[in-house]
Write a protein of this length. Sequence first.
Length: 100
Amino acid sequence: MKSFVQALTGVVFAGCSLVAHADSLQVRSMAASCAGCHGTQGVAQAGMESLAGQPKEDFLKKMQDFKSGKKPATLMHQLSKGYSDEQIDQLASYFAALKK
Ligand code: HEC
């Protein structure tokens, strides 16, 4: 019985690390969908805003303002609405950590 419990605990812990891994993979693949316009790793060509290295607070504010329609945009109104507040928070942390 004891070994069964130990085995079970092992499975639960292995499961946790898998979830954490899937999480960061999920954030990276969300961020990859921005790369088409904002550049690989968030560093854009001239004429487009880079996302890399934007302070988290600024990024969050811009995305919320796109969502609410407060910030003028051609494309980002629609795009920003496709992400939950939690996903935007994850993207903000991701891009803030990248080098410009
Ligand atoms: C199809 C092209 C396209 C894609 C894909 C795209 N953007 Fe944008 N983004 C734009 C354009 C164009 C602007 C300028 C505002 C506008 O006209 O919508 C912009 C502006 C922004 C800004 C404001 C930049 C600044 O400093 O003022 C942020 C933040 C942003 N995008 C985040 C994102 C994120 C996060 C993603 C991925 C989830 C993303 N964008 C995907 C085209 C795109």
